[in-house]
Design a protein around this ligand. Structure first.
Ligand code: SF4
Length: 351
């Protein structure tokens, strides 16, 4: 494989020019980058458990876990450690090497950190890699989680800086960047992406990917979510994004962040197999498996395996390659292991 240079100085015009390429030219270029940096027939398969669901005080317009929206999601307390361990053991038995845990909080309180740290340590003790998505982190939280054995932290920037205020009013874009900085400073690996199809323009989709690519380090994992419009949320009636535009977003993400793993995340249930195949060609190298992402649907595991067979794909089973590529590999996943609100936030909502 040839290492493609990584850049952190992408301009909006450059990113837009990629979006504007003829579709076939864009996919050819993206797939070339993918082949240069990854096994293009391997797909990392991850699962996520919601360890604290619903009742969130934030107002993310896409999210059924926000307490202020009437979406039917029942708020639950932080799971007991034994219950999480039982789920982690089941995931490991099913082939998981990493266990992702999400909590629908604005962020953990200081008093929550020891409890989550104990959960992380216990899961780590099973021989699993650990990932958490808990929202905004306070002073010392990232280091405490790292010390407990956390490997990865998920926190998404959601959308372009200039569109962010249309979607979320209870936390600032800068808040997210600061949490990402704390994650990096603590030596945790970063999972960070966003959502498309929330009514943003193409230029704003370009702005999301430009912001991700120009972070001080490219996230090891870049989840690209397609909005799942959930009844009861402000975005319930948002027009569906053209599937080819979603594929373009995957392709542009692949080109901008050549060594990151681009994850096909929320919204996959709304995509037919042909669109998913195009996403894999365009550079998606990871999916979430299971029948729900916290509160919205996801294709079932058997269907995913059948699709893999039809496309001659195989689950990625290499844990570390270049130091920038991570692997939370799951050959098969129990359907109820997957979680996250079907959208995104870096909380328990949809990484
Ligand atoms: S996306 Fe996360 S932070 Fe936003 S409302 Fe949902 S659970 Fe809360």
């Amino acid at each position: 494989m040839t290492a493609t240079p990584t850049r952190h100085d992408w301009t909006r015009d450059e990113v837009l020019a990629l979006f504007d390429l003829p579709f076939n030219d864009l996919l050819y270029r993206a797939h070339t980058v993918h082949q240069e940096n990854h096994d293009s027939n391997a797909v990392q398969v991850s699962t996520l458990l919601s360890i604290k669901t619903g009742g969130c005080p934030e107002d993310c317009a896409y999210c059924p876990q926000a307490a202020r929206y009437d979406t039917g999601v029942q708020a639950q307390k932080l799971m007991e450690i034994d219950d999480v361990l039982a789920r982690a053991k089941a995931a490991k038995a099913a082939g998981a090497s990493r266990f992702c845990m999400g909590a629908a909080w604005r962020g953990p309180k200081d008093r929550d950190i020891p409890k989550v740290a104990a959960i992380v340590s216990a899961v780590k003790g099973l021989g699993l890699e650990t990932c958490a998505t808990l929202g905004l982190l306070g002073d010392g939280h990232a280091q405490a989680l790292k010390d407990a054995g956390l490997d990865y932290y998920n926190h998404n920037i959601d959308t372009a800086p200039e569109f962010y205020g249309e979607i979320i009013h209870t936390r600032e874009y800068q808040d997210r960047l600061e949490t990402l900085g704390q994650v990096r400073d603590a030596g945790l690996k970063t999972c960070c992406g966003g959502i498309v199809g929330m009514g943003e323009t193409r230029e704003q989709r370009a702005g999301l990917l430009q912001a991700l690519a120009n972070l001080p380090e490219h996230p090891q994992s870049v989840p690209i979510n397609q909005l799942v419009p959930v009844p009861g949320t402000p975005l319930a009636n948002t027009d569906k994004l053209d599937p080819f535009e979603f594929v373009r977003a995957i392709a542009v993400a692949r080109i901008l962040m050549p060594r990151s793993i681009v994850r096909l995340s929320a919204g996959r249930q709304q995509m037919d197999d042909a669109v998913q195949a195009l996403c894999f060609f365009a550079g998606a190298g990871s999916i979430f498996a299971g029948d729900k992402l916290l509160t919205t649907g996801n294709p079932d595991v058997a269907h995913d395996h059948a699709l893999f067979r039809r496309l001659d794909l195989h689950p990625l089973d290499v844990v570390e390659t270049s130091g920038t590529v991570h692997a939370d590999i799951l050959d098969s996943a129990s359907a109820d292991e997957a979680a996250c609100c079907g959208n995104s936030c870096g909380c328990g909502a949809a990484a």
